[in-house]
Write a protein that binds this ligand. Sequence first.
Ligand SMILES: NC(=O)c1ccc[n+]([C@@H]2O[C@H](COP(=O)([O-])OP(=O)(O)OC[C@H]3O[C@@H](n4cnc5c(N)ncnc54)[C@H](OP(=O)(O)O)[C@@H]3O)[C@@H](O)[C@H]2O)c1
Length: 303
Amino acid sequence: MNKQTIALAGGSGHLGSLIARALLAKPEVRLRLLVRPGSGGKVAGLVAQGAEVVEGEIGRNDTAALSRWAGGAASIISAIQGGPDLIVEGQTELLRVARQSGVRRFIPSDFSLDMFTVAPGRIVTSDWRRRFADLAQAERGPVEVVHVLNGGFLDRGVLFGFINVVNPQTQTAYVWGDGKQTMHWTTYGDTARYTAEAAADERPVPRRFAIAGDALDFWGIVAAYEAGSGKKLKIQTLGSLDELDARITELVKGGQQNFGAFLPLMYYRAMLRGEGRLDPLMNHRYPAIQPTGVRAYVERERL
Ligand SMILES: NC(=O)c1ccc[n+]([C@@H]2O[C@H](COP(=O)([O-])OP(=O)(O)OC[C@H]3O[C@@H](n4cnc5c(N)ncnc54)[C@H](OP(=O)(O)O)[C@@H]3O)[C@@H](O)[C@H]2O)c1
């Protein structure tokens, strides 16, 4: 079998480690990780399963390390997390190395709703990702740049945590407005599996590669949770969508110290307004993946 090397940055992180495992499960893939000095211990399990490691850091102009990492790779995946210095400048550095190394495909760290249909200023982290995407269009040369779009993560930490649509502890679901727009949700694990398939695919992959585990409006999420858990949720309406706008504006005026408070509201606002919706979905490209929906996740995790 012809093996192909896939180079992954962020393999010590939450999503990145799942992408690494999905790649290691593919017999045709040789996995090479870019790992920051001091983070080697976090990838010991992946190394034990056969991953190679190149020590290096994005944003330090360490072209020699990045070239060793990218050299001979068919695809590069970035699952890093950070501010515009990393998402815009750092990933531009990765794209440059990809081009110089003859890499076929680059998957940047998007893993979000469709940031191309979210208006500027509405979600600060989407602005950075769109800025990188625009730069990449101009600078990519023959490298295919593929944006993996999965909506929100359907897991404890996001749908049931960061964005807090449903709080399993208080048995409450929270909504602004009428909650009637369809939203997309995909687990970390399924997003990682689709990303691994897209990276290893010998065929061209669409620039906006959208996949989802479930497509539900707020009321559909409530129904799926109740069916999966056998529990009845309290519904708390927090205000109208205009009131949500006003709340976000007020938090943003308070400055960066409110980042952790306004960012989840920005994501939820976009979803409640139908912005960033995924269309068309491309799950069918990889039919072996049967993604988990909200009801099945709640059942499995006993939420
Ligand atoms: N759609 C959603 O609902 C949703 C929710 C959460 C996250 N996301 C997205 O998912 C992606 C991954 O997030 P995550 O939560 O998995 O991130 P994470 O757990 O914080 O991991 C970040 C990774 O980036 C690495 N990294 C950071 N700075 C680096 C640098 N300068 N050079 C090299 N590596 C560096 C970290 O390495 P160290 O181990 O050395 O720190 C770590 O491996 C991001 O794009 C994030 O926005 C989406």
